[in-house]
Design a protein around this ligand. Sequence first.
Ligand code: IDP
Ligand code: MG
Length: 137
Amino acid sequence: MEQTFAIIKPDAFAAGNSGKILVRIYEEGFKVRGLKKLFLSKAEAEGFYQVHHGKPFFDELTDFMSSGPCLVMVLEAAAGIKKWRDLMGATNPADAADGTLRRQYGSSVGENATHGSDAPETAEFEISYFFSGLELL
Ligand code: IDP
Ligand code: MG
């Protein structure tokens, strides 16, 4: 079993799509090991996305991620990192395959409904950025 870090982003949360996305997460066979609602500050969003610091979309991205509440999660499944990336679909909802979450709930490359870690090292950093060990028992 492999854990990954996921976010239901502010666009999907505000649109009332969190419940439907969570149903899909369970239906696809993930275990939800951690789950909480947060309203990130700009600085917290910048810390989370430090890997994108300096990119042209960094300010837009961190403004968006601090624009409203979101749900942060630790998901677990066999090959969970890839399984969650596959369920989300491509970064740009216009390029995401039918049946993926970003296709269904995203509206633009920036406001694309969900986040998922892209590798074991990023999953480890991202999980520990938001969750303590006690929250994942
Ligand atoms: P990912 O979320 O599919 O891993 P990344 O390239 O890591 O995609 O980008 C992180 C996030 O930054 C994306 O999910 C999206 O919200 C935002 N983003 C990426 N590229 C752009 C862009 O060109 N314009 C605006 N936002 C972008
Ligand atoms: Mg990424």
